[in-house]
Design a protein around this ligand. Structure first.
Ligand code: HEM
Length: 469
């Protein structure tokens, strides 16, 4: 029994739906703004009650203290049609068991062993840039998307399977774009969970489908076939390579090892969850650094001092705190995961506000990241917030690019290592300036990314073209 004592401010569900149809998912941020003065606001979306919460205490309540009262939201049923049942889509006891099995694989100790695999594609990318000359234009979002796919592909499948990762990559990208359309429709139409699941199954199995569903099905089948090929090949020819696939195939607990289909689902999830987020975070970082030349100069100085022109190793990563902070601050400024949704699986009460069972609970991450109550001068891009001794008195639930609580991103260490390595190896050779006049605006799709990409001029660093602007 809950004893609600406070009235939760309401906003118009029709307005929310209209704004979302007209402007896409970015409107969520404004919804949070509409709630200013209150840290919780509610509206109706079809038959659903939706709540947005912005106070770190409320967020901690949902994501950590009472995480057992909330499951992943209905939108994850759509995701599970593509990813199957993996950490990302699973809940309850099954999630807990698999998370315990996979935690060590994604821990720093194991990841140090995959750093060399991660570095190879970055070195190839930087070499390809060098071949293009001293000064040329690139589109950073596209480049970072391709690069992070190569990196996660190499970490997963090891050396020699780069071409498979590339092929899977383009299918994954198509799948993500189709997923965005589906997510938008699901959020606006708010259908019941069973129908979303049914729809996902239909797209997976129906023999004949109209466009664009036929394309979605083709994409899912392509990803499925390619990942199965790699797994079967590895099962037939076991190696002791420490890539993530090898670790997944060897993972076990007292109840046994992962099933082959679970390995497939986890590997696909790592590819999907592990590249677009990092890519957008990096594109935002390069953009923000180009507007803040002083921070960029300090990053280059740190990289030159530590690496002195050589290729980095796992041991160098902790020696590059400013470089890492530049990436972490970009993830605060423009958090690629801009909303964390949950469904209440029982009645609940948050600080006197009644939350009925079945409600959707959303955390609008960027609103929390720009709240002046928790962040000094939140509109400033200031990496010093993330230097090792900074932010000790900050509330743990006001920085959420990787989520928080039990379901915090399992790839967080991977992403931070990858971001630092990519930043270091690219800045070692190039300076990137945004093309003057190019409009850069955040657009909330599945991730928060720049609407028109980020067009940048790459200047190769030579004795005659110094790094500083
Ligand atoms: C900058 C890069 C990344 C960002 C911003 C990010 C963000 C997130 C967030 C916010 C969540 C929690 C979602 C929720 O609670 O509903 C999450 C979960 C997850 N992420 Fe990441 N992620 C990143 C990189 C990665 C990488 C590199 C991988 C794997 C290689 C990965 C795999 C996962 C998985 C499997 C989950 C589900 C964990 C669970 O529920 O137990 N992510 N990520």
């Amino acid at each position: 029994m809950t004893t609600a004592t406070r009235r939760t401010p309401r906003i118009s569900g029709t307005r929310v739906a209209q704004e979302m149809l007209m402007e896409g998912l970015t409107s969520f941020t404004r919804i949070a703004e509409a709630a200013s003065g209150s840290d919780i606001v509610r509206w109706r979306s079809g038959h659903r009650h939706v709540f947005a919460i912005t106070h770190p205490d409320y967020i901690e309540h949902v994501l950590r203290q009472h995480a057992d009262r909330y499951h992943k939201s209905v939108e994850y049923q759509l995701v599970s049609a593509v990813l199957g049942r993996s950490l990302f889509t699973d809940d309850g006891e099954s999630w807990r068991r698999h998370r315990m099995m996979l935690n060590p694989i994604m821990g720093r100790r194991h990841l140090n062993g995959v750093v060399d695999l991660m570095i190879d594609p970055i070195a190839e990318y930087v070499a390809a840039l060098e071949d293009r000359g001293d000064r040329f234009e690139i589109e950073m979002v596209a480049d970072m998307t391709e690069l992070t796919l190569d990196v996660v592909g190499a970490a997963l499948f090891g050396r020699g399977l780069g071409s498979v990762a590339k092929k899977i990559g383009s299918a994954v990208t198509t799948g993500l774009r189709l997923g965005e359309i589906a997510a938008r429709i699901t959020i606006v139409a708010a259908p019941p969970a069973w129908s979303v699941k049914f729809f996902g199954e239909l797209v997976h199995h129906a023999p004949l489908l109209p466009w664009p569903l036929d394309q979605a099905q083709h994409t899912m089948k392509t990803i499925d076939r390619m990942i199965w090929d790699v797994i079967h090949d590895r099962e037939a020819n076991p190696t002791d390579e420490n890539d993530l696939l090898g670790l997944l195939l060897r993972a076990r607990d007292e109840d046994g090892s992962l099933t082959a289909s679970r390995v497939r689902d986890e590997a696909t999830t790592f590819m999907v969850a592990g590249h677009e987020t990092t890519a957008n975070g990096l594109a935002w970082m390069w953009y923000l650094l180009s507007l803040n030349a002083g921070h960029r100069d300090r990053m280059v100085q740190e990289i030159d001092d530590v690496l002195d022109g050589r290729r980095p190793t796992a041991e160098d990563i902790p020696l590059l705190p400013w470089t890492s902070a530049c990436f972490q601050e970009a993830l605060r400024y423009f958090s690629p995961v801009w909303v964390i949704p949950r469904t209440a699986i029982q009645d609940d009460e948050i600080d006197g506000h009644h939350i009925p069972k079945g409600s959707t609970m959303i955390v609008p991450v960027n609103a929390v990241h720009h709240d002046p109550r928790w962040w000094d001068d939140p509109g400033a891009y200031d990496p010093s917030r993330f230097m090792p001794d900074a932010g000790r008195d900050r509330h743990r639930f006001c920085y959420l690019p990787f989520g928080a609580g039990q379901r915090v991103c399992i790839g967080m260490s991977f992403a931070l290592m990858e971001g630092t390595l990519i930043a270091a190896m690219m800045a070692q050779r190039f300076r990137f300036d945004v093309v003057p006049g190019h409009p850069v605006q955040p657009e909330a799709t599945l991730t928060l990314r720049p609407r028109n990409g980020v067009r940048m001029i790459a200047h190769q660093r030579t004795a005659t073209v110094p790094m500083t602007a």
